[in-house]
Design a protein around this ligand. Structure first.
Ligand SMILES: NC(=O)c1ccc[n+]([C@@H]2O[C@H](COP(=O)([O-])OP(=O)(O)OC[C@H]3O[C@@H](n4cnc5c(N)ncnc54)[C@H](O)[C@@H]3O)[C@@H](O)[C@H]2O)c1
Length: 264
């Protein structure tokens, strides 16, 4: 092992080489960056997403660079579609070592009593039940290949309040409950569960939300972290790639915050 000047092993990246990975919501933002990074480090990756056009474009980008990156359309709110996605990934990759449950949506910022039934139900369906569908499918697949690691993309909104985003926050708190409970339930079959909890990251989702804010609210969002900026998708995908590597092998049931110090 070669050590770099900061003392980190320089061969960490190769720890994901050959890993069989499924990333949901891999057509955009954090999911696309994670899928592309993992594939560039030698992982074999399937991405599942609702958006066929964008998903195919991300897969092509990886394939053009010589990497294994395959797209399959899925709506994670459907348990049946999730089963089909996992069967596809198992057949395509020959097993599953890592699942990144990243597909998610936000909702129009509003005080809780003004949220529509539709916004509330849709948020829970995608951000919570969709994650549960994928965790359930992952357990079945990973138990058959001797273990694995499920990485749920939650949020700091799953750890603290998110004013005007209460349905989103409720769903993400739910994801933390699923993550922590599953970490206890499946350790005996060598399946680990962890969550990453980003603050505001510069992705299409956040740009879309910020477009509806006035200048003052936009600045407050940008400066919410002590680093006084949004995070980048590369800063999240780098952490996800580390979690996907064997370097994270003793981490289980953990909320890995990536927030520039916001919760400190
Ligand atoms: N961007 C942030 O600031 C931030 C912060 C904390 C957590 N997160 C979480 O990170 C994840 C990724 O967010 P992002 O910012 O990259 O957003 P994004 O909008 O760029 O990407 C989300 C992807 O999920 C897909 N998706 C949405 N609904 C789906 C469904 N029903 N089935 C399958 N795919 C679906 C979308 O098509 C899209 O490709 C989400 O779970 C989000 O809640 C984001």
């Amino acid at each position: 092992m070669t050590l770099t000047t900061n003392g980190l092993a320089s061969d960490v990246a190769s720890n994901v080489a050959g890993k069989r990975v499924l990333v949901t919501g891999g057509a955009s933002g954090i999911g696309a960056a994670s899928a592309l990074l993992l594939a560039s480090r030698g992982a074999k990756v399937v991405i599942g997403d609702l958006s066929e056009e964008q998903g195919k474009a991300v897969a092509k980008q990886g394939q053009d660079a010589g990497h294994t990156l395959v797209f399959k359309k899925v709506d994670v709110t459907s348990g049946d579609e999730v089963r089909v996605l996992f069967a596809f990934a198992m057949a395509e990759l020959g097993g599953l070592d890592v699942v990144v449950n990243n597909a998610g949506i936000d909702h129009k910022p509003a005080p809780m009593h003004e949220l529509s039934d539709e916004d509330f139900d849709r948020n829970i369906a995608v951000n919570l039940k969709g994650v549960w569908h994928c965790m359930r499918a992952a357990v079945g697949c990973m138990a058959s290949n001797g273990g694995g690691h499920v990485i749920n993309v939650a949020s700091i909104a799953g750890l603290r309040s998110a004013p005007l985003l209460s349905a989103y926050s409720a769903a993400k708190h739910g994801v933390m409950g699923l993550t922590k409970s599953a970490a206890h339930e499946y350790a005996r079959v060598n399946i680990r569960f962890n969550a990453v909890c980003p603050s505001f990251i510069d992705t299409p989702m956040v740009r879309n939300t910020m477009a509806n804010m006035d200048e003052r609210a936009q600045q407050a969002t940008i400066k919410a972290s002590p680093l006084r900026r949004l995070g980048t998708v590369d800063e999240i995908s780098g952490a996800i790639a580390w979690l996907a590597s064997d370097e994270s092998s003793f981490m289980n049931g953990h909320a890995f915050t990536l927030d520039g110090g916001m919760l400190a």
